[in-house]
Design a protein around this ligand. Structure first.
Ligand code: HEC
Length: 196
């Protein structure tokens, strides 16, 4: 008897489920149709074939993109540490009036605030710094290799910030060329003074 009760309960439950089923199915089918018709009006459908039908850009079929403004060419020079640059890098540029003038302009814009207008280390913001900028005009700085100064501009120093993003490698060499010309002039002035 107990078993019978259970069976009838089970059957009645099934009946409810069976009558509910077609309407659930219809609702689901309706939703699916709606979704398909909406998707068909969107061009992305069927997305699974997009990659076959889209235009295929072949290698070198289009000219390389122009560098965005403000980006710096690295001229094939890989990242190096100060020692590598000191030992391995020499100024590849000729000392032309244009290069010198460009170097001067860059020095006046970027280095002057700290190192001073005549590179003696007394720039207008030098008094704000915890550590004094180096005198690049006279003294031991004259003996610094070009590659070392290049590396200092590129990577920065203990206190000096890196100016890697401020100028291209050619521009760094232009600045170094200008610093050398300032040092040469300062040395000549010293000679004149001492021979008086
Ligand atoms: C924000 C201030 C600041 C600016 C701008 C700056 N420097 Fe310096 N520079 C310093 C300070 C401070 C030192 C010394 C301490 C150190 O080693 O960082 C220094 C040191 C140097 C040295 C190392 C000298 C040595 O004896 O080792 C070189 C070379 C140099 N600067 C070149 C330049 C050049 C070239 C520029 C412009 C492209 C420049 N600096 C811009 C602050 C500056």
């Amino acid at each position: 008897m107990h078993r019978m009760k259970l069976l009838t309960r089970y059957a009645s439950r099934f009946e409810i489920a069976a009558t509910a089923r077609p309407s659930i199915f219809l609702a689901a089918a309706g939703a699916l149709c709606l979704w398909f018709s909406a998707a068909a009006s969107v061009h992305a459908f069927p997305w699974s074939t997009d990659m076959f039908e889209g235009a295929a850009v072949q290698p070198l079929a289009v000219a390389p993109r122009v560098m965005p403004q403000g980006t710096l060419p690295i001229n094939g020079i890989q990242k190096m540490d100060l020692e590598q640059m000191t030992l391995g890098m020499k100024n590849p540029l000729k000392e032309t009036p244009e290069n010198l003038a460009h170097g001067k302009e860059l020095f006046m814009n970027i280095c002057l605030p700290c190192h001073g207008e005549n590179a003696d280390g007394n720039g207008p913001v030098a008094h704000l710094l915890q550590h004094k900028p180096t005198n690049l005009r006279t003294g031991v700085s004259k003996n610094l290799p070009d590659g070392y100064i290049y590396g200092y501009i590129r990577n920065g120093g203990i206190w000096m910030p890196s100016y890697a993003d401020a100028m291209s490698s050619d521009e760094r060499w232009d600045v170094i060329m200008y610093v050398r010309s300032v040092q040469a002039k300062a040395a000549e002035e010293e000679k004149k003074v001492s021979s008086r």
